[in-house]
Design a protein around this ligand. Sequence first.
Ligand code: UDP
Length: 238
Amino acid sequence: MSKPAYKRVLLKLSGEALMGDDAYGINRGTIERMVADVAEVAKLGVELAVVIGGGNIFRGVAPGAQGMDRATADYMGMLATVMNALALADAMRHVGVTARVMSAIGIEQVVEPYVRPKALQYLEEGKVVVFAAGTGNPFFTTDTAAALRGSEVSAEIVLKATKVDGVYSADPKKDPNATLFPSITFDEAIAKHLQVMDATAFALCRDQKLPIKVFSITKPGALMRVIMGEDEGTLVHV
Ligand code: UDP
């Protein structure tokens, strides 16, 4: 078998990817499938740092948060990511993968705080590190947390796992002529006004020359193909 293309990656899982076909929350079958994919990769010896979103439970700018103070709503969103992180780490335990959850906001009775050297140590020990509570700051997103933590732990790439299988020239749901870009530069993505990650996350990856791979986590075997460096999704590079 060929070797993985990466030694250390930052995997960004959107909260919505945990919903499956449900309207909200965590779908058991979906999280189990996802974790089985993650376990396969971890068992290859690839060091995995994970940033989990919270959109399946709470989004600071969602209708449910309308009228709320934005920062308060965002803290609720960050707490939602902690719930997802706990569920994810627990599901990993079931398949024999050791995971550690580290939170960007102090909630020590539940999970340990994010301490960079500790996170690096866990990664070197082959544990999966799940970063919860995003950046710990309101007005940001978990995509930005992925770019930030990815840079901090010197990940070789940010793997943005969503429900869409890559970056398209137009919205494939609306335009039948939309085509998928197998690879694109940061500058081309900006020139073509393509939405890869939110602007802050995108700018951070670009500044740090940290490539992004956008792919669908719902597609069987997609994560493994990405890890093996095979054609899958869209690579955004310098
Ligand atoms: N959030 C935040 N700061 C962060 C990360 C997240 O305030 O650094 C809040 C924000 O309200 C966001 C919610 O948490 O809407 C859930 O995160 P996100 O929308 O990024 O999750 P995803 O879309 O990946 O499920």
